[in-house]
Design a binder for this molecule. Structure first.
Ligand code: UD1
Ligand code: CA
Length: 454
């Protein structure tokens, strides 16, 4: 069970807290992944605040059940809403919190073991932390967990306790539902606190266990934007460490932002300020220079991406080179060994093997063959104000600088376009297309002009 019905007031956001992203992935996805890692019989998410938005975000999670908590009256009340979903079931319920994303599968396994071995009614995952502020504190009596007190309800002595409640538990289902009903809302927030269950069990002499964690990261909860940033940093660091361990050079991990699903091959060098997002895949022995952002793109091996490029939804083949200052937009393919230079924009365009567009171009809706030279300042005029039209440039063609190709138009194999041409009609293979005003030199013009003036 994962609790994710709260608004997350402290985030001061229109977006539900659990949908805020950590390294590209909604917070709640992390809890879901931890949950799935122990192969539970069922996984249920308690939703409430903006339930539809949360559901929609998780639509691709097969077999995920939802329970709705409306209104949100506290964590105990949230868990109660799941009773109908689990009615008639016995065994162990693991409860996770949608805002505690770093929990490892190994810890959940240990929780299950501790809980089962002790034959406990409840087992609470706790941690010793230096900054317990904001968490529920673990109050022990004779070494045993006696109760959990929330920050706002705690006395100064209790606030000094450094053992905190992670909000992660294992419960024996048998006494659970009935006991939840005896929780009251007499506390600073007027909410039904799940943490009160511990005192109730203690009084009834039902065995309550703890699993005390050493790694303090795992229990980090997110209540504020500041905590979101702190946890995101940990997630990024972990990803960078994994990549470096697998043979990727990251010059400055502190300024390198690589999202969770990104793959990078060995011997690739990543310079400072690089951002790799979504389902991006970078091959081996590439060099990604500083301040490049790549989103949902595939980059093959031995590719160089020079400084300050934005690359989205693009495939770049082996040995190609891009940038500096290039913008590659969705559905672009850069062929093997092709070169894209500075201030070049490609959209829905294929640039064939060994072709070059080295300076100042816009190439949109274009299919460009192999070994084509696209001169500086070339523009495909693909838009007539209503519709987009295609441009085709066949193998080996040469487009002179500062030409406009007014689509739909085709430049045949090996053809030339003279510099400064506005090409409105197809250029046949092997031909020269020249479309510009002829130059006239007016002899003696300057001298005559001077004579008139004086
Ligand atoms: C809770 C615990 C606290 C623990 C901390 C760990 C209680 C009373 N307190 O405090 O002891 O140290 O987590 O991170 O349980 N939720 C609902 N419905 C509600 C209220 C909350 O689904 O009515 C969900 C939230 O969406 C969130 C989770 O429960 O995912 C925890 O709620 P939150 O308000 O963040 O509790 P904390 O104050 O952090
Ligand atoms: Ca919380």
């Amino acid at each position: 069970m994962i609790l994710a019905a709260g608004q997350g007031t402290r985030m001061k956001s229109r977006l539900p807290k659990v949908l805020h992203r950590i390294a590209g992935r909604p917070m709640v996805e992390y809890a879901l992944r931890s949950a799935r890692s122990v192969n539970p019989a069922t996984v249920t998410l308690v939703v409430g605040h903006q339930a539809d938005a949360v559901r929609a975000q998780l639509a691709n999670h097969e077999g995920l059940q939802f329970a709705v908590q409306q209104p949100q009256l506290g964590t105990a009340h949230a868990l109660q809403q799941a009773e109908p979903v689990l009615a008639g079931r016995s065994g162990t319920l693991i409860l996770l919190s949608g805002d505690v994303p770093l929990l490892s599968s190994a810890t959940l396994q240990r929780l299950l073991q501790t809980h089962t071995a002790a034959n406990a009614a409840a087992t609470v995952v706790t941690a010793m932390v230096d900054r317990p502020y904001g968490y529920g504190r673990i109050v022990r009596a004779g070494g045993h967990l006696a109760r959990i007190v929330e920050e706002r309800d705690a006395s100064p002595t209790e606030r000094a306790i450094k053992e905190i409640n992670s909000g992660i538990y294992a419960f024996d289902l048998a006494p659970l539902w009935e006991s939840l009903r005896s929780i009251a809302s007499k506390n600073a927030q007027g909410e039904f606190y799940l943490t009160d269950l511990v005192a109730i069990y203690h009084r009834r002499k039902l065995p309550v266990e703890t699993l005390v964690l050493e790694s303090v990261h795992e229990t980090r909860g997110i209540n504020s934007r500041s905590e979101l940033a702190e946890v995101s940093k940990i997630v990024r660091q972990t990803k960078n460490e994994e990549l470096m361990a697998a043979g990727v050079t990251i010059i400055d991990p502190g300024t390198t932002y690589i999202e969770q699903d990104v793959i990078v091959g060995a011997d690739t060098v990543i310079h400072p300020g690089v951002i790799l997002e979504g389902h991006t895949r970078i091959g081996a022995a590439c060099e990604i220079h500083a301040n490049v952002r790549i989103v949902d793109s595939e980059v093959a091996d031995h590719v160089t991406i020079n400084n300050f490029c934005l690359i989205v939804g693009t495939r770049v083949a082996d040995g190609a080179s891009v940038g500096p200052f290039a913008h590659l937009r969705p559905d672009t393919v850069v062929g093997e060994g092709a070169r894209i230079g500075n201030f070049v924009e490609l959209k829905k365009t294929t640039l064939g093997r060994g072709s070059k567009a080295n300076h100042l171009s816009y190439l949109g809706d274009a299919t460009i063959g192999a070994n084509v030279n696209v001169g500086a300042g070339t523009i495909t005029c693909n838009y007539d104000g209503e519709r987009k039209h295609p441009t085709t440039i066949e193998d080996g063609a040469f487009i002179g600088s500062d030409s406009q190709l007014i689509a739909p138009v085709k430049v045949g194999k090996g053809a030339y376009v003279a510099a400064g041409s506005s090409i409105t009609e197809d250029v046949p293979p092997g031909a020269l297309g020249i479309a510009r005003g002829r130059q006239t030199n007016v002899e003696g013009w300057v001298d005559r002009k001077k004579t008139v003036k004086t």
